[in-house]
Write a protein that binds this ligand. Structure first.
Ligand code: ARG
Length: 269
């Protein structure tokens, strides 16, 4: 999988435009790039963002990442010692992860604070049932005094047109600098759209949010997984999957926090 990512990056470097192929897939963090449609660089079509404005946006790095900065996934601070991320980001040993708060440019290790992870809870139904791509990790060193984001608990928030925003350090497809915190507006497209667009991939209206643009251009991407989709000051979704990034007809899919709010809250305490 690492090789595949390197191939994609090599293609980008060489300016090779690979033909779009729908291969796809669902899940896989930065190291397990599932995008198979050629040059696939971070949040795509977004703008530079600052963790000073969104202190609860946490980089979840992993020592197994092929990236020199160990970039792996995003996550969200929901209590001083708890982060929510994607289940597919949380499959490695706890000791291999580091949570990083307040670092916009991942290569700039002079900024921000870090914590190791002491334990991981992964939704027990992840992998058995569609959806359920959520996990909670416990920090060894709480980020005391850092603003947290409350969970969205109302599933009615998942309504077409809702103006949600996604944040992350992932692939930009050449639309921004590498390993740098970005954000992009991704309105809710609605369950009906993704149920049709992703009929064969198994989009689940009960537990997933479909957000982005029918025409593509702006989206989350590889490496953004696990990170926050924010609506009305609450954690509305968790970056989960898509086919390619920012391609027309293939918007981003997010775990729906309201669906899993009670089990998440039980872990957060
Ligand atoms: N699975 C990817 C990751 O692990 C996230 C993909 C999001 N894709 C999208 N088109 N929105 O980073």
């Amino acid at each position: 999988m690492t090789g595949r990512l390197q191939l994609v990056r090599a293609a980008v470097a060489a300016g090779v435009l690979a033909a779009a192929s729908l291969g796809a897939v669902a899940v896989g963090p930065a190291s397990a790039a599932s995008a198979s449609d050629g040059p696939s660089p971070r949040i795509v079509g977004g703008t530079i963002a600052h963790t000073a404005d969104t202190p609860w946006a946490i980089q979840l790095s992993n020592s197994g990442s092929p990236d020199p900065t160990e970039e792996w996934c995003g996550s969200t601070l929901v209590a001083a010692n708890k982060i929510v991320t994607a289940a597919h980001c949380a499959q490695e040993a706890a000791s291999t992860y580091t949570a990083i708060q307040g670092r916009d440019v991942l290569s700039d290790t002079s900024t921000g604070q870090e914590s190791k992870i002491s334990s991981i809870w992964v939704d027990p139904d992840y992998g058995n049932q569609p959806g359920h791509d959520v996990a909670v990790m416990t920090l060894t060193t709480p980020f005391d005094g850092v603003a947290t984001l409350p969970l969205e608990t109302d599933s009615a928030a998942d309504t077409a047109g809702a103006a949600s925003v996604v944040y992350g350090w992932g692939e930009t497809e050449g639309t921004g600098p590498a390993d740098t915190f970005q954000k992009v507006d991704v309105p809710v497209l609605g369950d009906a759209y993704c149920s049709e667009a992703y009929a064969s991939e198994g989009y689940t209206a009960d537990g997933e949010i479909c957000a982005g643009y029918e025409d593509g251009g702006k989206d989350s991407c590889q490496g953004d997984s696990g990170g926050p989709l924010v609506l009305n000051g609450r954690l509305f979704g968790v970056v989960s999957w898509g086919i390619g990034c920012a391609d027309a007809g293939n918007p981003g899919v997010y775990a729906e926090v309201a669906t899993y709010a009670s089990e998440l809250q039980a872990q957060i305490g």
